[in-house]
Design a protein around this ligand. Structure first.
Ligand SMILES: [Zn+2]
Length: 213
């Protein structure tokens, strides 16, 4: 499967997983000479490999489609975070609902640390597609692999697009849990010492065990 085909398959999985709302999600993957990006406003079911846009880090692009209107965020993340290989942006229901309240996701559950720190921040609001929005997102992503975006959505990154996807599913699950817990009361937050312990555990988790374990 080519990189473009794999990207389309993942985009369709976003729909099936409920991450995507309409045509509002977008994906990018680093490749030689730049990155591949989903096109602007196209239904993922109709996507063909030639619809995926090849962009360079200088913001120019080639292909038969216009790139996603959020190309700046993808470009800026990939240009400033060399460890990142894939970026996913979506308007998923629970992450976006919290983002509309401008509420970050605190350490109400230990899995919040999967995004790289003690919370999942909410980036300040700016108009979609703007440089200002990209700056806000980069700030909220500092030391993290995911953030919410005020009155807009969420974003997750990974060393590959597949890992960005897995993290996005995790963030949306956490947002849904946090949302539900808030219906009943104020969730108890984990202490900084415990979060430090969990963050430390992730450094070896899943890497030391053999495939059969
Ligand atoms: Zn968006």
């Amino acid at each position: 499967m080519s990189a473009r085909e794999a990207m389309i398959a993942l985009a369709r999985r976003m729909n099936a997983a409920g991450l995507n709302q309409g045509t509002s999600g977008n994906l990018s993957q680093r490749v030689e000479g730049g990155f591949l990006l989903t096109p602007s406003g196209m239904d993922y079911d109709a996507l063909e490999p030639e619809d995926i846009v090849l962009m360079r880090l200088d913001g120019t692009h080639e292909g038969r489609r216009e790139p996603s209107s959020e190309w700046r965020i993808h470009r800026d993340v990939l240009a400033t975070r060399p460890e990142v290989g894939g970026v996913l942006h979506a308007h998923s229901m629970f992450s976006t609902s919290l983002a509309c309240l401008r509420r970050p996701i605190p350490a109400f559950h230990y899995m919040v640390t999967r995004a790289g720190g003690v919370d999942i921040r909410c980036a300040d609001y700016a108009t979609f597609g703007s440089e200002e929005l990209s700056r806000h997102v980069l700030g909220a992503l500092e030391g993290r692999r995911a953030c919410l975006m005020a009155n807009h959505g969420m974003l997750a990154v990974g060393d590959s697009l597949a890992s960005a996807y897995r993290l996005a599913v995790e963030v949306e699950t956490l947002a849904a849990m946090y949302w539900r817990a808030l219906q009943v009361g104020e969730p108890v937050l984990l202490e900084p010492e415990e979060l430090a312990r969990v963050l430390d555990k992730w450094k070896t988790y899943g890497q030391t065990a053999s495939p059969r374990d």
